[in-house]
Design a protein around this ligand. Sequence first.
Ligand code: CUA
Length: 364
Amino acid sequence: LIGSVAGAQVRDMPGGPKVNQLNLHEGVTAISRDIMWLHWMLLTICIVIFIGVFGVMFYSIWAHRKSRGHKAATFHEHLGVEVAWTVIPFIIVIAMALPATKTVVAMKDTSSADVTVKVTGYQWKWGYEYLDGPAAGIKFLSTLSTPRAQIENREPKGEFYLMEVDNHLVVPVNKKVRIVLTAADVIHSWMIPDFGVKQDAIPGFLRDTWFNADKPGIYRGQCAELCGKDHAFMPIVVEVLAQADYDKWVEDQKKKMAANADDPNKEWTEAELVARGEKVFAANCVACHQANGKGIPGSFPPLDGDKVVLGPKAEQINTVLKGKPGTAMAPFGGQLNDVEIAAVISYTRHAWSNAGKGQDPTVL
Ligand code: CUA
C-alpha cells in the first residue's frame, strides 16, 4: 500500500514526528486522509466479519457437540440461508467498493491543476521541469547529495541514514500540483506516502498524478519500482512552501537560470568552453569521477595516475550521450544541452592533457 515502511521510517527520525511504523500515516493531502480512512474502514469490516464467522463456527462446534447428545442436521437445502449468504456479502462488497471507487476516481482527476511539473526518472536520479505558470521553464536534476559509496561506508553502520538531494522539487501549499511522469531508461516509480501519491514512470509513456498539500514542510519518498543497482539511492524530496515563499523561490530560480543560460549565437573560445565545462563537470560528473581519485574507483579521470586512458573524442561523446552499458556510467543525452556536452568534453580533455597524459587537448 501507499503508506510504505520507507515513508514511515523517514518520518520517524530523531526529532521528527513519531509514527507507528506498522500502520499508514495520515499525510497532508485529502487523498492521503481518504486512503487512511478507507484503510481503517476496510480493516474494521474485515475484523467484524472475522469475529462474526469464526465466533458462530466455534460456538456451534462447542455448544452442539456430540457428548451433549446433538446429531448433525441432514436437510438438503435452505432457501433463506442461501439468500442471506448471497445478499449480505453483496451489500458488504458494495459498501466497501463505493467509497474506494470514489477515492480512486478522485486520484485520477488531474484536471484544472495550478502547477504542472514534468518528472523524468533516470538511472538513478529524478529530473524536474515546470511546464506552466510563472515557474514555466525551470528545470533541474535531483541527484543524491552524497555518493552511494560514502553512504555505505559511513560510521556508525546500521543506523538510519536520511538521504538528501542536491536540488529538490518545490511547490506551493494548498495548490493542485499535477505531476506528469515519464522515464528515460527503465521503469521507475514516484512515490510520496505523505501525499498518497504513487505513480509509475514508464519510458515512452506519459502518466500523470496530482496532489494538493495543505501543510508546508519537507516530504520524502523513494523510487518505488526496482530500476537497477542504485534503485535504493534515488530519494524524492519535495518542499511545500507558503505561496509568498514559493513565488520568491521561482524568482530566484529564474534569476539563477538567466545567469547560467548560454547564448545560442555565442562563438565559444577554447578557454571559455573549458571554464564552462568545469561547472558542468562539477554539477553532473563529480559524484563518480572525482579529480582526486575518490568517487568510483578506476573512473575517468583520476588525473593522479595511469589508471585510465581517454579514448578517441567520438567515442567519448558517445559515452556521454548514451552511457556505458554494464557500468555505472549513465546516459546524459537529453539532460545536457549541446553546449554543455561540448564544454564538458573540452574540459575533461583539457584537464587530462594538463595532467601530462599527452592526449590531444583540441576542443570540439
Ligand atoms: Cu528508480 Cu527504482
